[in-house]
Design a protein around this ligand. Structure first.
Ligand code: GUN
Length: 297
């Protein structure tokens, strides 16, 4: 029997707890504010950002959305971030990735005030995470920790394989898994596109985190019986649907189900958790910037 880990349900619980914190901030006259910035005409990015804004509205976070012409000079983005850094009603800033070509992504990450960096991508925040003293845990790996916790998966002493080495998921995920303490203490291997024999690694893993952004490239034959499989992939593949595509994960769900002990579906697994943890980081940022202690789930 394979358990399906219900990300929608876990995210709903976290959002309900966050609602109490947001209400407590409101009692002190504070409404958390999250700014999203989009400089891209990638349809998936547009969808993600609009979902994040809708989430804000639903829980009582002030959502500010800035959309920049993808052809505008890079300075427009830097000026926007500077204004948001200076705006006391904005507690969190998220610049949606990937960015257009003319923009130096590393410079953007450095330009966001680290105290408002709810993505956790600023070098100061990356350093703090690696050092074991995170300010903001990046939303997707933090959400995955919460999913593992909710499913009762023990990371301590487990063999974990992270497939993918991105700044957004793979690297912070591996860092969280190796930290001393709860939801850490895993023996962690990071595999990537140049790994020679991926299956040799994944077959040994108690926990597989698939985050390479390639459709269904991990199948049941590559898994150990009973492994926990977390599928971060959201890949659009051509399909005979109204939209002309369907979303599939990095894991071939059909063959993995039955081998895995527990698995996240796509959609409805990691995605809702990433969004919930963005709200979490925004509430945390608001509490810290306003000097108000807030309970966090
Ligand atoms: N693009 C895909 N995922 C993310 C994310 O978590 N944060 C930002 N800023 N961009 C992304």
């Amino acid at each position: 029997m394979t358990d399906i880990i219900d990300g929608d349900a876990v995210a709903a619980d976290i959002r309900a707890d966050l609602q109490d914190s947001i209400d407590a901030l409101a009692d002190e006259g504070v409404r958390p504010g999250l700014a999203t910035v989009l400089m891209s005409d990638d349809p998936a990015s547009e969808t993600y950002v609009s979902m994040k804004q809708r989430d804000c509205e639903e829980v009582g976070i002030e959502g500010i959305h800035v959309e920049l012409d993808p052809d505008a000079p890079a300075d427009e983005l830097f000026d926007t971030v500077e204004d948001l850094n200076d705006d006391p009603e904005v507690h969190g800033i998220l610049v949606q990735m990937p960015l257009v070509e003319q923009v130096d992504t590393r410079r953007v990450l450095r330009s966001v005030d680290p105290e408002k960096d709810v993505d956790g991508f600023h070098p100061e925040n990356v350093g703090r995470l690696v050092a074991g003293n995170p300010r903001f845990k990046p939303c997707t790996p933090h959400g995955i920790q919460k999913l593992l916790e909710s499913a009762g998966v023990e990371t301590e002493g487990a063999e974990a394989v992270v497939v993918g080495r991105s700044m957004i998921v793979g690297k912070p995920m591996a860092n969280l898994l190796i930290q001393k303490g709860p939801l850490g203490n895993a023996t962690t291997t990071v595999c990537h596109s140049r790994t020679e024999d991926l299956a040799a690694h994944t077959r040994e893993a108690d926990i597989v985190i698939a985050a390479a952004g390639a459709p269904e490239f991990i199948d049941g034959s590559m898994l150990k019986e009973g492994a926990t499989v977390i599928d971060v992939g959201v890949n659009r593949v051509d399909a005979d649907t109204d939209k002309g595509y369907e979303l599939v994960g990095d894991v071939d769900f059909e063959s993995a189900e039955g081998v895995a002990g527990a698995i996240t579906p796509v959609p409805g697994g990691v995605g809702p958790m990433t969004r919930a943890m963005l709200l979490y980081n925004t509430v945390k940022a608001a509490g810290e910037q306003e000097g108000i202690a807030v309970d966090l789930p």
